[in-house]
Design a protein around this ligand. Structure first.
Ligand code: G16
Ligand code: MG
Length: 217
């Protein structure tokens, strides 16, 4: 059965995806173009640097390295200003219950996030103590869709990849989980996450028997 459960952060545990979008949209607008929600789907789970490269490509804009760094820093400052307002009440519905249920059943739990702000956010949500391992954007070199972040998380848990489940809201994250040989659970819309093994809108829609079934599989 599956005994390692790896959670993405943004869009799975907390709805910070909207703040990443607002901050990147501001970046785009400062350069004279806009960023659509559809374009933003392709930024989910993608590293900060790669996100800005994509945005510049979409806006057909070229900038020098110094401006690139300044824009990344400005985006993170804007993003953190949104995060500063958040607290445990912002944990998405049924996430804490799911974590407690899995823990109670003896499963191992990890965070597998592309974000360099992951530890800060998990602390703010008061969820850090529930995690056996935390792997984030500071710990890996190859960003999603490369499976490195999830493979490292599995290693820290001491659970083989094929006994791990990954919860992901991003296309790139589901691809990463699949290529790491893990069972992928998409959190969001089937239209966006059709390549996941299973998709649920959110944790409210995920029955406990589904999780039990995975552990007993
Ligand atoms: C997240 C977001 C991405 C963001 C990336 C880097 O990953 O989904 O939109 O660009 O982290 O974040 P930061 O700028 O905070 O380092 P995940 O993997 O938690 O969804
Ligand atoms: Mg995500």
């Amino acid at each position: 059965g599956y005994s390692g459960f790896i959670f993405d952060l943004d869009g799975v545990i907390v709805d910070t995806a909207k703040y990443h979008y607002l901050a990147w949209r501001k970046t785009a607008q400062s350069l004279g173009f806009d960023l659509s929600l559809a374009q933003n789907e392709n930024l989910k789970g993608v590293s900060r640097e790669r996100s800005l490269r994509l945005i510049l490509e979409w806006g057909q804009t070229q900038i020098d390295e110094d401006t690139f760094k300044t824009l990344m820093e400005q985006k993170n400052t804007d993003y953190l200003a949104h995060i500063a307002q958040m607290g445990p009440g912002d944990v998405l519905p049924k996430v804490q219950e799911t974590l407690l249920f899995l823990k109670g059943a003896g499963a191992k739990i990890a965070l597998g996030s592309a974000s360099k702000n992951a530890r800060l956010i998990l602390d703010k949500m008061k969820l850090s103590p529930l995690f056996d391992a935390i792997v984030d954007g500071n710990d890996v070199t190859a960003p999603k869709p490369d499976p490195e972040v999830f493979l490292t998380a599995a290693q820290h848990l001491g659970v083989p990849a094929e006994h791990c489940v990954v919860f992901e809201d991003a296309k790139a994250g589901v691809t990463a989980a699949n290529s790491g040989g893990m069972y992928s659970v998409g959190i969001g819309k089937k239209e966006d996450l059709g390549h996941a093994h299973t998709v649920f809108r959110d944790f409210n829609e995920m029955p406990q028997v589904f999780l039990k079934g995975l552990m007993e599989a």
